[in-house]
Ligand binder design. Sequence first.
Ligand code: FCB
Length: 477
Amino acid sequence: MSNPATPPAVGVLDDRPPLTFPPGFLWGAATAAYQIEGAAAEGGRTPSIWDTFSHTPGRVVAGHTGDVACDHYHRLSSDVALMAELGLRSYRFSVSWPRVQPGGAGPANAEGLDFYSRLVDELLAHGIEPWLTLYHWDLPQPLEDVGGWPARDTAARFADYTTLVADALGDRVRYWTTLNEPWCSAFLGYGSGVHAPGRSDGADAVRAGHHLMLGHGLAVQALRAARPAAEVGVTVNLYPVTPASDAPADVDAARRIDGLANRFFLDPLLRGSYPADLMADLAGVTDFGHVRDGDLATIATPLDLVGVNYYSRHVVAAAVEGAEPEPYWRSPSCWPGSEDVRFVTRGVPVTDMNWEIDAPGLVETLRRVHEEYTDLPLYVTENGSAFVDSVVDGRVDDADRLAYFDAHLRAAHEAIEAGVPLRGYFAWSLMDNFEWAWGYTKRFGMVYVDYDSQVRIPKSSARWYAEVIRRNGLAAQ
Ligand code: FCB
């Protein structure tokens, strides 16, 4: 590693009891292809919607793109060595669709697959379990040009791509997730347009959400056919949704936002149906004519695990007179049919994304999935925080991020004690990276990346996490 060993920062733990996790708990860290790989035009890779979007002026802060990112494509070996040094038991990465199937159709690109094959081999050689996500938002641009996710055929294309990856890597990869955060793909990509492909149409967002889930179901079936032993799941981003008051209008606002943010995905995936109240809320947006017989059964194809990404809580109120529309996921255009709902700021501590820090929300979220939806093993596939970091004498002391992880791991432990079959936790993120519309201005990494030199510096949180993994829990001393 590039900086001298920093003693694990255990100060924030001093007055609390030690907590031990179940044996075999899968400790990991996560990344995504477009956010770290770079090499956008190498090895036969063709553009995805994120290349097009980031190269469109005004879309990403400061015009940042993923052209180079963390240059992970060329630094695979040293990056895996760093993971091993931190003691990671698992690494969650995503495969870039346009790298392994340029243009999104036709045969596999051997050079693209070879990169992931080398990554998997390197991980296994270091005793790190590969955890593969098939889709972390980088749709091949030609598929967007013929309609993108609002078009039904994209789901079938996704299943074909899945077979290519399963054939090439399924002999060594045990854990698979199909989609990462379909809410973001659908509602940020096609609703508000703050994510690629940058379209803004409520009905398209709803159709995209459905076709993403249909693609998921078809991909699960393709994986089962190609690799019967694979452990297959999906990753959804979930939020507890709390009304700002117990006024009936606020309670109803919370019901609506919970419908769009959480139940739009959980119900089809785990129950095989759309919630009736959500369909009623969306009546002015779509007639759900895009849903065909058999789709919901395909979407609910049985899984082996569910991945939950958790960052914060939504607190909402009914329309507030004179309230200014807010950007990003608070934008009314993310919430078709419920544009009048307002997101409320409680004044609690926030991260550099302005996301409220709410560790108890993780307990609530995990318990809800387990108690209302499924007995399947659950994994936190992402959890983390952006804070402004500074390098001082070659070190980055990220006490805020460390405290965020500490609080959320305590919450994860509390969920386990409450009976949730939580089997693993992936910190977001292994290293600082391209944070989508925010470019490189937001740092989520446990490892600091100097984008000029590509030097990696493990932050205090990384040293601390290594110690958590070593002890299989949080220490009091
Ligand atoms: C999630 C994304 C991930 C990263 C974190 C901060 O929504 O899955 O790629 O951007 O947020």
